[in-house]
Design a protein around this ligand. Structure first.
Ligand code: SF4
Length: 446
């Protein structure tokens, strides 16, 4: 039996894609091994959201080839979709498969193994044709939040039923219910590598949730590239909220978490719903990007700082203990010290629980790639460093504000001598005393 290893880079949507690839490869008879050094075939599912993400993927390919020169490397995902030739030129890369053809990977590898049994030297690269992604039904992707960790194999003991055998060993699987995006933010390459928005049919979502729950999942993370646009492309239009309602009514899932959702999709209705439903995690991650209206306009974002702030106020009003997270980009072309300062002061003022800070890097083909007035790299680094420090301060304030609150926490797979890491609905990682099995609920007072 041929062996494979797999590693994922990037967001929850790519994690779900990687999990689907892993599941399909297992079903097609390949044996998963943990280390790339032991694998005959290495799958690297890439991200291309920043230049740093590209560099990370190239480094990983070089490292795999250096440590396991016999490995046949397959590169998939967003970077593969955007720049296949660039990846095919790297030593050791045998196949490059874009997002449009992820479903063909098992067949491709099965044929390659049959045609070249035992011949595992690096061959010339083949690029699977890349096609437009805007058409067709969305393919299903679901899987564990983390694909390659040292201890996911140990978790299988607490999962029972069919999905545990199929999906690997995990506690908080990601279910991708939407892919692609109809927006064209000036800095963003994602619509070019994932196409326009498309949604998984509600019946399939309910079926997948049931199957994951039957396999032991107690919390599921619903993900999408633009989750708030869920259902708008379906012939029978349906809102995100309606599909959440169906999941809660038609499955015994114990906790449902939403991944990132655009601020204007965080409506009062949605918040009332979250507030009234203890099975939905009190956690909203809303991309901010900038709090300078001039920069938001240049980014082709469709809201302004005051709209975003109103959403934060609504969250505080309806779901007071919710964790509020945000993505922020520093160094967008033309971002002056004054623009940056507006963003910093805005974040300082609002009750964020954490930030994801990104340094702007021009992405080929995007509107921002050729903009004038680039911010000097050293200044971008300074701004990113400052916002990361601010993020740590906000996180500490959020934790302090949660002191003595009572929460239900789900045990994760990290343990010390006398503690077990657990996750609350409002996204606090906490240590509870004692060593406990993964995937157990514990009521905790922080
Ligand atoms: S909303 Fe904007 S940033 Fe988000 S995926 Fe779409 S184009 Fe990219």
């Amino acid at each position: 039996m041929a062996s494979f290893s797999i590693e994922n880079f990037g967001c929850r949507a790519t994690q779900a894609d990687a999990a689907a690839i892993e599941r399909e490869l297992r079903l097609s008879g390949l044996a998963r091994v943990r280390e790339h050094a032991d694998a005959e075939i290495v799958v690297l599912n890439t991200c291309t959201v920043t230049a740093a993400a590209d560099a990370q993927a190239r480094d990983a390919i070089r490292h795999v080839h250096a440590t396991n020169p016999a490995a046949r490397i397959l590169v998939s995902g967003c970077y593969a979709q955007r720049a296949p030739e660039e990846l095919a030129a790297l030593p050791g890369v045998e196949w490059v498969v874009g997002n449009s053809h992820l479903g063909e990977i098992p067949g491709l590898l099965s044929r390659a193994i049959q045609e070249q049994p035992g011949s595992l030297g690096a061959g010339s690269s083949s690029i699977i044709p890349i096609e437009a992604l805007a058409v067709g039904e969305m393919s299903l992707a679901r899987g564990p939040a983390k694909i390659l960790t040292s201890d996911i194999f140990e978790q299988s003991a607490v999962l029972t039923g069919p999905a545990s055998a199929e999906d690997g060993e995990h506690t908080r699987p990601t279910l991708k219910i939407q892919d692609g995006c109809n927006h064209r933010c000036a800095y963003c390459v994602i619509p070019f590598v994932r196409g326009n928005s498309r949604s998984l049919a509600p019946d399939r979502i309910v079926g997948e949730v049931r199957s994951l729950v039957a396999g032991g999942a107690r919390e599921i993370v619903l993900s999408g590239i633009n989750l708030g646009s869920y259902g708008r492309d379906l012939a029978a239009k349906i809102s995100l909220q309606s599909v959440l309602r169906r999941i809660l009514d038609e499955t015994p899932l114990e906790r449902l978490r939403l991944s990132s959702i655009e601020p204007m999709d965080v409506t009062e209705d949605l918040l009332r719903f979250v507030a009234a439903e203890p099975r939905i995690a009190q956690h909203l991650h809303m991309p901010l990007q900038s709090a300078s209206n001039r920069i938001l306009h240049a980014m082709h974002r469709w809201y302004r700082a005051e709209h975003y702030e109103r959403r934060v106020e609504l969250i505080r009003e309806f779901v007071p203990d919710a964790a509020i997270g945000a993505d922020v980009i520093v160094g967008f072309p033309g971002e002056t010290k004054g623009d940056y300062e507006e963003t910093r002061a805005f974040i300082e003022r609002l009750p964020f629980a954490y930030l994801h800070v990104f340094s702007f890097s021009p992405r080929p083909g995007t509107a921002a790639a050729n903009l004038a007035n680039p911010v000097p790299p050293a200044e971008i680094r300074n701004r990113a460093r400052e916002l990361r420090a601010l993020s740590a301060k906000k996180a500490a304030e959020f934790r302090a504000a949660q002191s003595r609150r009572r929460h239900l926490a789900l045990t994760l797979n990290r343990q010390g001598e006398n503690w077990t890491e657990s996750l609350t609905g409002n996204y606090l990682k906490v240590r509870i005393s004692g060593r406990h099995r993964t995937n157990e609920w514990h009521e905790v007072v922080l």
